[in-house]
Design a protein around this ligand. Structure first.
Ligand code: NAP
Ligand code: F7E
Length: 324
């Protein structure tokens, strides 16, 4: 079996590549051309995967790539994924996260309609939530240009399924994290901050809205659900979540406590980090995925935050050692 992953250099792409290799897949990854290669998350598997250049903005590159590789499955994980940036670059976010999905679906439609397709949809589509908890049937009310673009990506996937019979699945994944999470997202920002404070490299951590609540899971668990969706008889949409939510304040407390620190001494609120429109509370109900896919999360929130703090402490200690 051959799988093509867009966004393979990202958090989820690296976890999914590992997972598919363990299943015996030949794994191909699409990467953007860059003057400096940033393969930190996939360096450990670089000899086992095949990287090919392409871009979500370039229709022909997608067609050529699919023609050349002839994948059985294609996972579209590439995106401008940071919500605040979507207010700074709303048009580019739409090009990547909305129209980019159509470009891939068009390439599949033209080259081989039998390729199974996974679209990385998001709980940000629920935004100003219309019910608690959120399921596959909850109406969308996105609160950022990112969320709006993801709603488009979701519906174009459903539309190509219904219009052309393409096996397109939309995974509505709630926040998921790992030591490979980008440093700008709140979990990693906090665990990186804890490590630096613990080692005396920093004395304050500035955050935005501490009251926002998220349903946080572990990325390693969530990528399995992507694969399971494409192994079913029929394509469908699935909510993937833990069913437990925590506030940013809870996150901060767990992270600082795991390093033996009192968060109240170090955390300060910076109003500039508060978003123009916030998603206050997300809580997913993954019953459908549990029953149909047999999927369930394994790593708890507390275990994951501890894992991230330990990773960041080890990383900072390594950097300090190299400086000596
Ligand atoms: P991430 O770490 O930010 O990775 C994004 C990936 O997309 C990177 O590999 C990036 O490549 C690539 N990319 C961006 N623009 C591209 C373009 N124009 N052409 C080709 N590649 C491009 O994101 P993630 O956390 O792994 O998330 C994976 C997907 O799931 C994203 O679509 C995200 O929106 C969605 N999602 C994430 C979560 C979550 O909690 N993590 C939840 C729901 C949905 P470079 O390395 O070149 O920048
Ligand atoms: O923010 C609050 C912030 O940036 C979480 C992406 O993967 O998940 C992610 O989007 C919450 C928000 O993730 C800071 O206001 C407080 O309420 O970690 P985040 P996100 O915006 O939920 C969804 C499912 C995706 O699809 C996205 O791609 O934390 N918060 N203070 C902060 N957030 C950040 N980043 N930085 C702060 O200082």
């Amino acid at each position: 079996m051959k799988a093509l992953i867009t966004g393979i250099t990202g958090q989820d792409g690296s976890h999914l590549a590992e997972f598919l290799l363990s299943k015996g897949y030949e794994v191909f990854g699409m990467v953007r051309r860059s003057s400096t290669e940033k393969f930190d998350r996939i360096n450990h598997i670089i000899d086992k995967i095949k990287l090919k250049q392409g871009d979500l903005l370039d229709q022909l590159s997608l067609i050529r790539l699919i023609e050349e590789i002839q994948p059985d499955e294609m996972y579209n994980l590439a995106a401008q994924s940071f919500v605040p940036t979507s207010w700074q670059q709303p048009v580019l976010t739409a090009e990547f996260d909305a129209v980019g999905v159509t470009r891939i679906l068009e390439a599949i439609r033209l080259v081989d309609k039998k390729i199974k397709f996974y679209q990385a949809s998001s709980s940000e589509m629920f935004g100003k939530t219309q019910e608690v908890p959120q399921t596959e049937k909850t109406p969308f009310y996105p609160r950022s240009p990112y969320g709006v673009a993801k709603v488009y990506g979701h519906w174009i996937t459903v539309n190509y399924r219904e219009s052309y019979g393409i096996f397109g699945c939309s995974g509505i994944l709630f926040n998921h994290e790992s030591p490979r999470r980008g440093l700008e997202f709140v979990t990693r920002k906090v665990t990186d901050g804890v490590a630096k404070i613990k080692l005396g490299l920093k004395d304050k951590l500035y955050l935005g809205n501490l009251d926002a609540q998220r349903d946080w899971g572990y990325a390693g668990d969530y990528v399995e659900s992507m694969w399971l969706m494409l192994q079913q008889k029929e394509p469908d949409n699935y909510v993937i979540a833990t069913g437990i939510s925590h506030s940013v304040k809870d996150l901060v407390r767990v992270a600082f406590e795991s390093a033996g620190l009192d968060w109240q001494k170090y955390v300060k609120v910076d109003q500039n980090l508060v978003r123009p429109a916030e998603v206050d509370h997300l809580l997913g109900d993954a019953s459908y995925a549990r029953n149909k896919l047999g999927w369930q999360p394994k790593v708890s929130f507390e275990e994951m935050i501890k894992m991230m703090v330990e990773h960041d402490l080890a990383l900072q200690q390594k950097i300090l050692k190299h400086k000596d």
